[in-house]
Write a protein that binds this ligand. Sequence first.
Ligand SMILES: [Zn+2]
Length: 248
Amino acid sequence: MLSDAEMIHYSRQILLPEVEEIGQHRLKQACVLIVGLGGLGCAAAQYLTGAGIGKLLLADGDRLSPSNLPRQPLYSSQHSGQLKAQLSARRLAAQNPHIDILPITEYLRGEGLYEQVSKADLVLDCSDNMASRQAINAACYAHSTALIIGAAMGFSGQFLALNPAHDHGCYRCLYEPEQAPPQGCQHAGVIGPVVAMMGLMQALEGIKYLANTGSVPWGTLHLFDGLKHSWQHYALPRTPQCQICGDR
Ligand SMILES: [Zn+2]
């Protein structure tokens, strides 16, 4: 089970009647794949590391640029040009010596994506483009792996948790792949705290799912308007003819 050092390290979390030692043990047994170590991934990874997820797979082929720093507090300005997967793995390993952290220094696609998804109990989609989101959604449904998606642009945030074992729709039901991708945040701009909020929600719901406590809002699209501070929630129904989830 847990060592004495781990019991001390996680004591505030183990104190929670919703977690206790059994929940902490479940977190220790879990493997989470985080795709994208930008603003969403930095926020989510720091708190999954803190919570004691036993194994983190950190996938990103991107290198740090100075324009990332306002939203990506895992990194320092002197590390510009270095691989984010390696930088984040180093920082997070220093934060929690009790877990395994594996950097994957490539953009996951095709077979590589399916292989990494097959190792994970949960995938966090922290990517920044629609093609990646569609590919991650398809891979997670192929492996029946739970998927928690975050997104942010401008002052707006999006959060969606998908469980292939449930009857709701998937990301492909929400957006057609041929649908013109919305402008990325490198063109449209983005405000840092909204990105972090979505990443932290991904971490929170992931911890609940893996510790088997509380209820995760599977299949509900949450839209946050940071200018008005308002939320909207929409149930995502399954499209019967969906290529990814429709014939399930
Ligand atoms: Zn679908």
